[in-house]
Design a binder for this molecule. Structure first.
Ligand SMILES: C[S@@+](CC[C@H](N)C(=O)[O-])C[C@H]1O[C@@H](n2cnc3c(N)ncnc32)[C@H](O)[C@@H]1O
Length: 234
């Protein structure tokens, strides 16, 4: 009897860990995911401990290279969280564009707003935050020169629908930077895990070309692509 109870407790604990920690509520629906980010928003940066020395070469520089021919480019960061991508771009002297950060979790956006408000005036005027789910981006077609979505696709109810929206709002020849969950934790997203081949084929089906996957973090590959037609040489 005690043995059975022990097994039951253990199984329940494992299921709860999988549902709430390993996959961050994604099998419970969008509201659960957003709620979990809202309640942990103040701790997010402390948990992640992003290192600027790693972040600049991995994120800011590829953006700058992709946007070098654009004057005052317009960038959208989907699931911006606490403003990782906007902050990196606005800190780059060579970046003269504007950034829209979109996220469904209002408290994550509040953290981003607090950090962005510390920037010098000239940079402060070049960002905007929007609370919205990624499934329906509130922007017209072909608007942005670049779109990013980092460490987030696996938490969306439908990753392909969100990527389709990103493709829609990108200008033809626009740059996409996103990430694919990998490693043992990635495999816990049962029915949602995407292999490199599967992910790249999905991007190609959505009209992207010049698709490249890079080793990036322990749990993520970075994936870049261009909305067709890709600029010459890309
Ligand atoms: C792991 S964080 C990544 C944040 C940021 N991109 C970064 O790299 O630090 C995932 C983010 O996705 C957001 N998110 C989750 N589901 C979403 C949805 N359906 N629509 C928009 N944002 C969502 C969460 O609120 C959270 O800020």
């Amino acid at each position: 009897m005690w043995f059975l109870i022990l097994v039951l407790v253990l199984v329940t604990a494992l299921v709860l860990y999988w549902l709430l920690v390993a996959t961050e509520g994604v099998y419970l629906g969008r509201r659960a995911v957003v709620w979990m980010y809202d309640i942990t928003a103040r701790k997010y940066d402390g948990i992640k401990q992003f290192d600027e020395d790693d972040e600049r070469p991995a994120i800011a520089r590829p953006f700058l290279a992709a946007l070098e021919d654009q004057q005052e480019p317009l960038v959208l960061d989907v699931a911006t969280g606490t403003g990782r991508v906007p902050l990196l771009l606005l800190a780059e002297p060579a970046f003269d564009g504007r950034v829209v950060g979109l996220d469904a979790a209002i408290r994550m956006l509040a953290q981003a707003q607090a950090k962005l408000a510390q920037l010098p005036e000239g940079q402060r005027q070049r960002f905007m935050l929007v609370q919205q789910a990624a499934a329906a981006l509130p922007f017209e077609d072909d608007l942005f020169d670049a779109v990013s979505c980092l460490e987030a696709l696996e938490f969306f109810p439908n990753d392909l629908a969100a990527l389709k929206e990103m493709a829609r709002v990108l200008k033809p020849g626009g740059f996409l930077m996103t990430s694919r969950r990998i490693g043992p934790e990635g495999r816990l997203f049962f029915g949602r895990y995407r292999s490199k081949a599967d992910f790249e084929a999905a991007l190609a089906n959505l009209g992207f070309s010049g698709i490249r996957s890079f080793a990036w973090q322990l749990n993520y590959n970075m994936v870049t692509a261009w909305k067709a037609p890709a600029p010459i040489g890309r």
